[in-house]
Write a protein of this length. Structure first.
Length: 683
């Protein structure tokens, strides 16, 4: 019985072998339609045969119908790889949507394919029975599904296998059972010597083209190494010993760098010379500096200058960092106007000075030139325009001079305090309040770099630090100082500013009798004009280049005296005292002017109440005292340079809120920052 079963099994096997040997494989003669990348992935994602159907095909092949088109599973004909449009390098990089790390060293091939198909690509697959043995496959980085599939096919070809796609199913079969697809790479490295350890590395390139650097990498391989690129991918497949692969990876890191890495770009727009001439000049400068401007087989170019025809600009690229600071200087030297020794017309609009002033400056500075070189000037006063006819070299000098002269004037913010110092006790002169540096129980130390050492107490002017207002406030609290006014003003450097603290008094300047009037012969006509009295301060600040302020100060104090009853001219008199000085002061310091005294007398009657009011005898119970008081007028002027014109609204608000406001001195003191380097208080 056992022999009968064995004989029957042998007969079945022989019959099956004969059937297979006589079976012809049907080939598809029709060319497939071109597919895009999306069509390829749709085909891979499409549902394939069920698991039971696949097992049925593998386990029971003899049950299949034996018609002319029947084939074995490993011989299933597959259309060739879809002929998709060859994507550019940026497109390939943009399509990479899988971040994967694979590290198979001598792993079973079935495990490698299962990991890639199931976990990475997530497609249905079937592996033929002839796909056995060990396989190396190393990949780390971003890659697209299509690149990974095509790269896996190229690596499989080296092991004698092939990938086929049909009805959403990926088949891994023996390469000998199918025709070689166009464009597939045949890689043959010696698999006979297993003692040589080699690994397969899959390297997706991002910036460099795989086909461009494959020859350079091939020069670095060991005799057993192989490098190739997968078709229509930017992936490099490297097979070599691990020790040599580390060296090649370092070289690839330098080759696969962005194009602009380590490069500096400059874009220049020439105004006077053509861009081509500018490019030639810059190349000559670079060559003279030892920079390589042409590429060789071993070295890349270090400097290039390319003309952009549409915009007329010049794009300069260099890899030498030390060259970058010199590029702008080279450009300025080359892009110069072509000198034409011929007079040309130029127009300049005066900004701050008058056109006549600028014309006088030009005539004074360039009047020595000959007739052919001397600039010709014409002025249009209504529009403040100066027409200048001069040669280019002369005009550049004229332009630089008038721009310097016609710059915006500097502004000076003036703070003024007009105060009366009572002359009594230890204070014999008003300025002693500042030289003695003591008020009441407090002592002050005020310093300034502009202080004068020898002071004349009468008609003096000296400088205090930035905290002089605090001294005035302390003296006012002690009753030794009366603040009359604290006005503000913003003045232009070099222009006078007038501050008047007083009143206008009407005076008769002319009297005409009525003899010419027939209607009223007794009528008298008088001409009246108003005379300013009080404290009149004229200040002309001038800012120098060192940031100091020169103050030209004229101080006038006038009063009104009524005429005596017997005077022939019944007109008041105006006695005045005047002081003029010039002082240089730092911005923010305070100049003090003093020396003008005023003496007042007042009568005061005292007595016993009721009794002192009785006529005749009341004089015995009362008395009359004459009180004399001397005061000295002291004026403090603090100039502050306005560096930013945008600050003028702030000073204007200060001016509007503080002009002729005595109480404003309190807020002025509170706004003053006390600097311990300028003032010390000691109880």
């Amino acid at each position: 019985m056992r022999n009968t079963a064995l004989t029957f099994a042998t007969f079945v096997c022989l019959f099956f072998a004969a059937a297979c040997s006589t079976t012809e494989t049907a080939r598809v003669d029709e060319a497939p339609a071109p597919l895009a990348r999306s069509s390829i992935m749709d085909t891979l994602r499409a549902p394939g045969p069920s698991t039971s159907e696949i097992e049925h095909r593998l386990d029971q092949p003899e049950t299949r119908a034996r018609f002319a088109q029947a084939v074995a599973p490993e011989e299933i004909p597959i259309p060739e790889w879809p002929i998709a449009r060859r994507a550019s390098l940026p497109e390939m990089v943009a399509q990479r949507d899988i971040d994967v790390t694979l590290n198979f060293k001598g792993a079973p091939a079935v495990e490698v394919f299962r990991e890639i198909f199931e976990r990475v690509l997530q497609v249905d697959y079937m592996i033929g029975p002839t796909v056995t043995g060990e396989m190396s496959f190393m990949l780390e980085g971003r890659i697209s599904s299509e690149e990974l599939l095509r790269t896996l096919d190229a690596v499989s070809s080296a092991y004698g296998w092939a990938l086929q796609v049909r009805e959403g199913m990926v088949y891994v079969v023996d390469e000998k059972t199918i025709a070689k697809a166009p464009g597939r790479v045949q890689v043959a490295w010696d698999r006979v010597r297993p003692d040589v350890a080699t690994n397969t590395y899959v390297i997706p390139l991002t910036n460099a083209g795989a086909s461009e650097i494959v020859e350079a990498v091939r020069q670095l391989l060991t005799p057993r190494g192989v490098v190739f690129t997968a078709p229509r991918t930017n992936v490099l497949v490297l097979v070599d010993s691990p020790a040599n692969v580390d060296r090649i990876m370092a070289v690839l890191a330098e080759l696969d760098r962005p194009f602009f890495a380590g490069r500096t770009l400059r874009l220049y727009t020439p105004r006077f010379i053509p861009p081509g001439d500018l490019a030639t000049g810059l190349r000559e400068y670079a060559q003279a500096s030892g920079v390589r401007t042409t590429a060789t087989q071993a070295e890349q170019v270090q400097f290039s200058a390319n003309v952009l025809p549409r915009s007329g600009q010049l794009l300069v690229m260099t890899t030498v960092r030390d060259l970058v600071p010199m590029l702008d200087g080279w450009f300025d030297r080359l892009d110069q106007p072509v000198e034409v020794d011929k007079a040309q017309m130029h127009v300049y609009r005066a900004q701050h000075l008058s056109p006549e002033s600028l014309q006088g400056a030009i005539d004074s500075m360039f009047g020595y030139l000959d007739d052919g070189d001397r600039p010709e000037i014409a002025i249009i006063s209504e529009s403040r325009v100066i027409a200048i006819r001069a040669k280019p070299a002369v005009y550049r000098q004229v332009r630089d001079m008038i721009r310097l002269l016609d710059g915006p004037p500097k502004q000076v913010y003036l703070q003024v305090v007009v105060a009366e110092v009572v002359i009594s006790g230890d204070v014999q002169f008003g300025v002693e309040l500042f030289t003695n540096q003591s008020v009441g129980d407090y002592q002050y130390e005020l310093r300034s770099d502009a202080n004068l050492l020898n002071l004349d107490p009468v008609g003096s002017a000296f400088v205090l630090g930035k905290n002089a207002f605090a001294l005035i406030q302390a003296a006012r609290l002690q009753g030794t100082v009366r603040v009359l006014s604290a006005p503000y003003a913003v003045a232009t450097s070099g222009k006078p500013a007038m501050l008047n603290v007083g009143r206008e008094v009407p005076t008769i300047t002319r009297t005409i009798g009525g003899t010419t009037d027939a209607v009223d012969p007794n009528r008298i006509d008088s001409s009246i004009e108003y005379r300013e009295t009080g404290v009149i301060l004229n200040v002309t600040p001038t800012v120098n280049d060192r940031g100091s302020v020169v103050l030209d100060i004229t101080q006038e104090v006038s009063d009104v005296e009524e005429p005596s009853p017997g005077a022939s001219i019944q007109s008041p008199s105006f006695p005045k005292r005047e002081l003029s000085t010039t002082v240089m002061i730092n911005s923010g310091d305070t100049a003090v002017l003093g020396g003008i005294r005023i003496e007042r007398e007042s009568d005061q009657r005292t007595g016993i109440p009721v009794l002192s009011d009785i006529p005749l005898i009341g004089l015995a119970f009362s008395g009359k005292n004459v009180r004399r008081e001397q005061t000295e007028l002291v004026i403090l002027v603090t100039p502050t340079i306005v560096l930013d014109p945008s600050d003028l609204p702030y000073y204007a608000s200060q001016f509007l809120g503080g002009v002729v406001n005595i109480d404003r001195i309190d807020s002025l003191i509170s706004e003053t920052k006390v600097d311990t380097n300028e003032m010390f208080f000691r109880k």
